[in-house]
Design a protein around this ligand. Structure first.
Ligand code: PLP
Length: 399
């Protein structure tokens, strides 16, 4: 089928929840993808931070093929070898002691919120349930996680929302201090906000957030669904500040393109869950977990964290040069290979023009260009994107 045929069939049968582009992707390899009409693109959207190993990484594909022929699914009534191995990898490479697996970022955050509330109830009593999150955050689309998301556009129309959530601006300590008290159960934040426009939490701020959490007996939860797993140039984004959370959530890149989510917690916190308290039918299933083991091992063995840091610097310095030359390019934000270019122009037009020239990038809001390429790109990929962007910016006008 052609792009046009797939689009019209989709419009007939699929719910209209995504503002989709009029094209269908049918094949991917490394940093490249092809649409149904045979056009080739350099992919700096990267499945919105899922395709950190590029498309169809051979080790992930082989692990999926092998596991699919051995055991596709069994219940969490039984132990699953790839699941326990992925848990070991996560624990031995992070602050955490125990892992729970689910299937998505929203589910991971939902689980983190449930764990935090159980922990608070057990240790402090029933009145400690408030969750504080940041404005412009993004934590998912379930009712609790869209309530945790500090952006009204995601909440509108779904009221009444679950109770017990408060929002404060990023990097604003007085506001946080003001909002915390004996009822505070947890502070949930992304060390680097993705959907909210690529905003980085100051490292000093995170240190103070942790101290406030300790003072009030509240847990610190990091949502590293987008910024974790090498994306920022460290294996986990919290390593930049050195401020460890009590709970961390992961998903997106964790299984190299297969659906999975995880929450990682300190032992004492993890103990708040007892058998029957939380579960997921597909969570940590053999197929996803085997893909996860392959993907996580590839990130470590192929030194992709280091490459993410290096390529991130190259990309950021190229974007920085635009800021010096084009008055409507205002600021470069981010770490490693999660980068945002703040515009005073309509970013969506720039995204369209880049696509026509064979480069996929993404725009968050209407005025932040976001770059989430695979972590194993080379300098030639970065240079290609910068060159295409240069051509497009030269034709662009400020709004
Ligand atoms: C994508 C994302 C989520 C939601 O993940 P889903 O898998 O879409 O449920 C949560 N938090 C952050 C930071 C994300 O980027």
């Amino acid at each position: 089928m052609s792009n046009a045929e797939i689009v019209s069939k989709g419009q007939k049968y699929v719910m209209n929840t995504y503002g989709r582009l009029p094209m269908a992707l049918v094949k991917g390899e490394g940093s490249k993808v092809w649409d149904a009409d045979g056009h080739e693109y350099l992919d700096f959207v990267g499945g919105l931070a899922v395709n950190s190993l590029g498309h169809c990484h051979p080790k992930v594909v082989a692990a999926i093929q092998e596991q699919a022929g051995k055991l596709l699914h069994c219940s969490n009534l039984y132990w699953i070898e790839p699941q326990v191995e992925l848990a070991r990898l996560l624990v031995e490479n992070s602050f955490g002691d125990k892992v729970f697996f689910c299937n998505s970022g929203a589910e991971a955050n939902e689980g983190a919120l449930k764990l935090a509330r159980k922990y608070a109830k057990k240790n402090y009593g029933p009145e400690k349930y408030e969750i504080i999150t940041l404005k412009h955050s993004f934590h998912g689309r379930t009712l609790a996680t869209l309530t945790a998301t500090g952006q009204e556009k995601y909440q509108a129309g779904y009221e009444p929302l679950p109770a017990g959530f408060k929002y404060v601006p990023i990097n604003d300590l007085p506001a946080l201090e003001e909002s915390m008290g004996p009822a505070t159960c947890a502070v949930l934040l992304e060390p680097v906000q993705g959907e909210g426009g690529v905003h980085v939490s100051d490292f000093g701020y995170l240190q103070k957030v942790k101290e406030l959490c300790q003072k009030h007996g509240a847990l610190l939860i990091y949502d590293e669904v987008q910024c974790g797993l090498g994306r920022t140039g460290k294996l986990f984004a919290y390593e930049h500040s050195g401020v460890e959370p009590d709970i961390m959530t992961l998903a997106k890149a964790l299984a190299g393109g297969v659906a999975i989510g995880a929450l990682v917690a300190r032992e004492e916190v993890a103990r708040a869950f007892n058998p029957g308290d939380h579960a997921s039918t597909f969570g940590g299933n053999p197929l996803a977990a085997a893909a996860g083991v392959a993907a996580f091992s590839a990130i470590l063995e192929e030194k992709l964290v280091e490459n993410s840091a290096r390529m991130g610097e190259l990309l950021a310095s190229g974007l920085q040069e635009f800021c010096a030359r084009y008055p409507f390019t205002l600021e470069v934000r981010g770490l490693g290979l999660i980068r945002g270019l703040q515009l005073k122009a309509d970013g969506r037009l720039i995204v369209d023009k880049c696509r026509e020239k064979g480069v996929l990038i993404n725009c968050v809001g209407s005025d932040v260009l976001r770059f989430l390429p695979p972590l194993n790109i080379g300098p030639q990929d970065v240079e290609k994107v910068l060159q295409v962007l240069e051509e497009v910016l030269a034709e662009t006008e400020a709004v």
